[in-house]
Design a protein. Sequence first.
Length: 109
Amino acid sequence: MSNYTAVFEKQFIQNLRRYTSLRQRIKRRIDRILSNPYINTEALADASGKLNLRGCRSARIDKNFRLIFVICEECRQMPECDYCFCNDLSDKTVVFLTVGPHDSAYAMK
């Protein structure tokens, strides 16, 4: 049983449909994240010259495939977070933003 509730952004759902060959691996990773989103995930920061991902987290699906998400309880404690999708959501919510190859995922495409 998961401790957190999942919310999926439109871009995440579109990308999940695109990568059907990895769908089962992605779903298993989502289940692990929902049980504890802080284990084996990486907190992202502001990469100079690139997109500010501070407040977001990344999880590996495979060597070059990433899942980008926000944990509402963590996001609310970061005023510099540019991706606060947590309005009207409980602290125990994980918002999945995108999934895809490394460069595409970090560009939030």
